[in-house]
Ligand binder design. Structure first.
Ligand SMILES: O=C(CO)[C@H](O)[C@H](O)COP(=O)(O)O
Length: 232
């Protein structure tokens, strides 16, 4: 029987979820499987609360009966474990995220998580970040000027569109500029530079945030990598 590597990775991460935890719920087709599995365990009696990283994940969690808490009730750094996907992950577990458009909420939740566990299929593992276009969330006001600044930085931005026409609008009411910087040699520097541009809200570089990367493979095997040590 064919194995879905995303499901494999998502369900493996859920093994880390324990009673009493406040869990961050990621966004995307891999995080989906983790949320579904958390929902199954909640039905079986697992006692957790959760915060979602997108309206999509919130709706899914509600449909599965996962108890949610408002983010404003969460103390700084108070999320025990967040399980989320990624578009690229390098050898140091630096990430590109935001292919699903949820990068801002994902980064806020990640920043207040004691542990960020990334789940993905093996195609997301790269030597150096930069093949996947880097999503940058920008405010609609003056977006063409902001895109000009991204162009000047070498990002060759394109405005994310829905069905090739209307701008894609994030859960926060913003636009996404997908940027092609080529090989990103210094992800930390680029992350900072981008966020200094007026009009940029956040970008999809997650540097030094992920604790663990769980990769599912089509042959049914998993590999697990931790930021400081390697295994699996
Ligand atoms: O960052 C994200 C959404 O903003 C997703 O986690 C990322 O795009 C990976 O998605 P998928 O698991 O569907 O490949």
């Amino acid at each position: 029987m064919a194995v879905d590597p995303k499901r494999l990775a998502g369900e493996e991460a859920v093994k880390l979820v324990e009673d009493g935890m406040l869990v961050g719920l990621g966004t995307g087709s891999t995080a989906y499987w983790a949320i579904v599995d958390i929902g199954r365990r909640v039905k079986e009696g697992l006692k957790i609360t959760a915060v979602p990283t997108s309206i999509r994940s919130e709706e899914l969690a509600v449909s599965l009966g996962i108890p949610l808490v408002p983010l404003d009730d969460v103390p700084p750094g108070g999320i025990d474990l967040t399980i989320d996907g990624a578009d690229e992950a390098d050898g140091e577990l630096n990430l590109i995220k935001g292919g699903g458009g949820a990068l801002l909420r994902e980064k806020i939740i990640a920043a207040h998580s004691k542990r960020l566990v990334i789940v993905a299929d093996a195609s997301k593992e790269v030597e150096t970040l930069g093949t996947f276009p880097l999503p940058v969330e920008i405010v609609p006001f003056g977006f063409k000027l902001t895109m000009g600044r991204l162009e000047a930085l070498g990002g060759h931005p394109s405005l994310r569109l829905i069905q090739g026409e209307e701008p894609y609008v994030t859960d926060n009411g913003n636009y996404i500029a997908d940027c092609r910087f080529g090989v990103i040699a210094d992800a930390a520097a680029l992350e900072t530079t981008l966020n200094l541009l007026p009009g940029v809200v956040e970008n999809g570089l997650f540097v030094g945030m992920a604790e663990r990367l769980i990769l599912g493979r089509e042959d049914g095997t998993l590999s697990v990598r931790a930021r400081s040590a390697q295994s699996g």
